[in-house]
Design a binder for this molecule. Sequence first.
Ligand code: GLC
Ligand code: GLC
Length: 817
Amino acid sequence: MKYGRFDDARREYVIVRPDTPTPWLNYLGGQGLIGLISNTAGGYTFYRDARLRRLTRYRYNAVPSGENGRYLYVRDDDDGSYWSPTWRPARAPVDDYHCRHGLGYTVIGSTCREIEVEAVYFIPSDRAVEVCSVRVTNHRSATAEISLFAAVEFCLWDAQDDATNFQRNLNIGEVEAHGGTIFHKTGYRERRDHFASFSCSEPTTGFDTKREAFLGAYRGWDLPIGVERGVLSNSLAVGGAPIGAHQVRLAIEPGEEKRVVFLLGYHENHAPKFDNTEHTALRTDDANSLIARFFDKEIIDRELNRLREDWDKTLGRLQVRVPVPEADRMINTWTPYQCVICFNVARSASGYEAGIGRGIGFRDANQDLLGCVHLLPESARRRLLDLASTQLASGSAHHQYQPLTRKGNDVIGSGFNDDPLWLILAASAYLKETGDWQILDEPVCYSDKPALGTPLYEHLIRAGEYTLARLGPHGLPLIGRADWNDCLNLNSHTNDPDESFQTAPQRTVGIAESVFIAGLFGLVAPELAEIATRRGDAAVAQRFSMSAAEMRRAVEAHAWDGKWYLRAYDAAGGRIGSQDCDEGRIYIEPQGMCTMAGFGLSDGRARAALDAVHERLLTDHGLMLLQPPYTRYNTALGEISSYPPGYKENASIFSHTNPWIIIAECLLGRGDRAWDYAMRLNPACCEEISDIRRCEPYVYAQTIVGRDAADHGLARNSWLTGTASWMYVALTQWILGIRPTYDGLMIDPCTPPNWAGYAVTRVFRNATYDIHVENPSRQSRHVRDIHVDGEAIAGSILPVFADGKTHHVDVTLGSAR
Ligand code: GLC
Ligand code: GLC
């Protein structure tokens, strides 16, 4: 069943019924103010840090889910009936409901009783103000007398404290209301210098800031007494639950349209903080001028257009035309968009991440960068330096840092031995894209030795050395607390139900080894060697090319299980992910990672491993993480066995791993299979099964329930997942084969053989490459010849022009001449 459709020309997803299986979200803003908004205007807004600077409240455990948002109500003042033009929260039936989720904006509208209302929500670039611009049109033959209400519930800034510490929090709320603006200033009397505003562009007939005054006792957002009565009480909250609610009365002539703008703003006052000598009244002049600016409807329209143009320009850096429209729309619009959202928000705030625990993860952020380094090279540069500064002098890294402080911490665990290696992967992707070798000389401190600053280059070396200093009895890397698979906890055994697996004490005698980290090392160590060579550092180059070869030998000698790669050795030296195991016999991660490292390509092992993946892990919805699932909790394995079979790391289709297999299949030249896997997971191919999949059909989800569970096919944890970046890399760099290298853009496709061809426009190091690939003999790969601006070139790497011009590239696939 479908709930909407793609509008490719406008880069929008158009939802046509409001009762989607879950709230279907979009994101507003980016670097500063960020909003999550559902197709019925649910969601919340924060400034940079979803925990510490939360502007509006959201209830993750609410029923129905997705509760609290920036809500609108229209009241027919003739007879007192009312509805929400966004359907929720009032849920009165509306006609012509539509929600257009676009890039950085959302439009929601409907018609009820011949009154058409459409609200546009967005955050203008570089401004900390969320605009809700409402158009009301009267399609009746008589004048309509209506009231428009808008309401938000403020969060008392620290979202964690706000949701738990009621004995204090019910006594700290403070507001001011003047000039049509409600100011939320809880905490401002003491150490905060920030406050929020909720304002209305038109003269209001009333407001409320006490939640119970607006809603009434024992009522929810669906039945607000203030709307029912048609009069607000101008209440001023002290303590309790401060909200912002405005009422505007409109008399609209037949056929007339009126516009009303509501603004949710975030403001910081540097001295002076106060407007009076008693130090009680907010200084609001700066806030007021920002607000006044965005009451100007022309400015709003201009800013919205600018936002659209900015996105078109950004995404214009890589656009493709392939024979499959569901792939085009993901590659051209939705996946790079999802990559940028992941880059901005990391894993902190989504419909599934509560914005409290998880800041910017070291491993996650490095991978997120892979999918958007060509879109945001300057931000990627800053991010790399930030990440390196959370590294410890040992080469290890804090598992996460909070965006406000940029200080690494171990709140969500530490000792994940794969972490540091991802920095090398991200740095090499950055260098290949930009050619900015100077970044390697940037001095960066270590988190545990703030006085010790070394060039970024040295951080990469320490990251690599960290692995080499921690090899186990088979010469494979020690896993530490866990590797990429957070839930395979071979060294931190816990039987305490009140302890988190991610922070439980680690056994100091642990010798568990990870084949995944061996593969990851095999992938990144040659990059580090190459970087060293190009810097003229022969000793480091030799060290890492030799250690990569040794790692390969260790994998060949000890990590091959006969038909596929083992997953790990546990703390007692037992085999995990082996034919000898009853459960968890084959894991997907080492098959992908070891092949990506180039292991087993010449001796048939990679092919065997990938065939085993095909035979044992494939479902209609994608490839499962492991088989068979663990049916009981096993202390020696940890969190992975805590999930019921088919869920999360215990044998779901853990989407993030699928693109590794796709890339691996490309390395084997099996374009058909690579494409098949990519399309099984492609959300845009799943629109028709939205009642099963349930999540947004325009973004990837972290997991899809595996075939061992009744809900097979159900997707969860959409938006914030490394799947976006990896899938984008797999599709554009491996299947379409347009791959940045240190020396230029390489053309190395591996498409389905039946494709006649495809086209790619790629901006790379200040030149545009207009690439046309022809496949006359219908094969998967092998470039026969390449012409650049009409001239044949040798090899498959396009020259770096850096001349700001467009160059025409004609590629013909076929057997080498
Ligand atoms: C989550 C985490 C990621 C981890 C993965 C597998 O997606 O964010 O860091 O690698 O789960 O456990
Ligand atoms: C993995 C899981 C994630 C969980 C984390 C810690 O990353 O995928 O959902 O929060 O481990 O348990």
